[in-house]
Design a binder for this molecule. Structure first.
Ligand SMILES: [Zn+2]
Ligand SMILES: [Zn+2]
Length: 251
């Protein structure tokens, strides 16, 4: 499994950090986790084509996680596969269907490549099996349509992508003993933002779940400062690292 961060920033892009997007190479597949504004170009900058991507998982449908879906479909319409079989499956909460049918009503022929059409599937909490990996889906505590995804490859390595979330029983269950916890860090304890994680909440999560490596992303100008990250209590045998755009983890 290989994770490449395409966007480590919060909802406002900065010079240093793109909106949310991640490339996960797992088994024989390359999938995207969210497509915030700029994700497509970030993917190309690290040597990939949109045709490499077989699936896109949406954690929720806030604009900073979704915006590049339209450019992704438009690019697929006006190019040809240079890799893979041309299939693309979009996955997310039920509300994804509403988004896609809205796009199709507005943009129709401009986003549908009739030779290589995309598919979409709405997911609910539960377990799913794909050729290259298995997937456990949990509810996130952020927006009505938030989902968290725990991937497991054929060797048993696991990665949980939480998207934006607050602390919850579902999060504690999903993160338990995971190899890589890819989560968000968008709130301080002094000025807590509901639906986001602060140092004390992340400390509690690490204490209960003991993920081997925790990657903190969705960083705001406040939370990317060393002082706030340093206030997280990291249990022994656990590692916490901030995400950076284009940083890679081999799992
Ligand atoms: Zn966000
Ligand atoms: Zn959000």
């Amino acid at each position: 499994m290989k994770l490449t961060v395409l966007g480590s920033g919060y909802f406002i892009p900065t010079e240093k950090r793109n909106n949310s997007g991640y490339l996960l190479e797992i088994g024989s597949e390359s999938v995207l986790l969210d497509t915030g504004s700029g994700t497509l170009r970030q993917l190309i900058k690290c040597g990939n084509s949109i045709w490499d991507i077989s699936k896109i998982f949406y954690s929720h449908l806030h604009i900073d996680h979704l915006a590049d879906l339209l450019p992704v479909l438009f690019t697929r319409k006006y190019s040809q596969p240079d890799n893979g079989n041309g299939e693309l499956l979009l996955l997310g909460h039920d509300y994804l269907e509403k988004v896609i049918s809205g796009f199709e009503d507005l943009f129709g022929k401009w986003i549908i490549n009739e030779q290589y059409p995309y598919q979409y599937r709405c997911l609910k909490p539960g377990k799913y099996n794909y050729d290259s990996f298995s997937l456990s889906v949990y509810n996130g505590k952020h927006a009505d349509q938030s989902l968290m995804y725990r991937f497991e490859d054929s060797s048993g390595k696991t990665l949980l992508y939480t998207g934006d979330t607050d602390l919850s029983d579902d999060l504690l269950e999903a993160a338990d003993g995971v190899d890589i916890l890819l989560t968000e860090f968008s709130s301080s304890d002094e000025e807590p933002v509901p639906g986001h994680l602060s140092p004390s909440k992340i400390s509690h999560l690490l204490d209960k779940c003991r993920p081997k490596v925790t990657i903190l992303s969705h960083l705001s100008p406040e939370t990317e400062k060393g002082t706030l990250i340093d206030s997280i209590n990291v249990p022994s045998n656990c590692v916490v690292e901030p995400a950076e755009d284009f940083k890679v983890w081999n799992i």
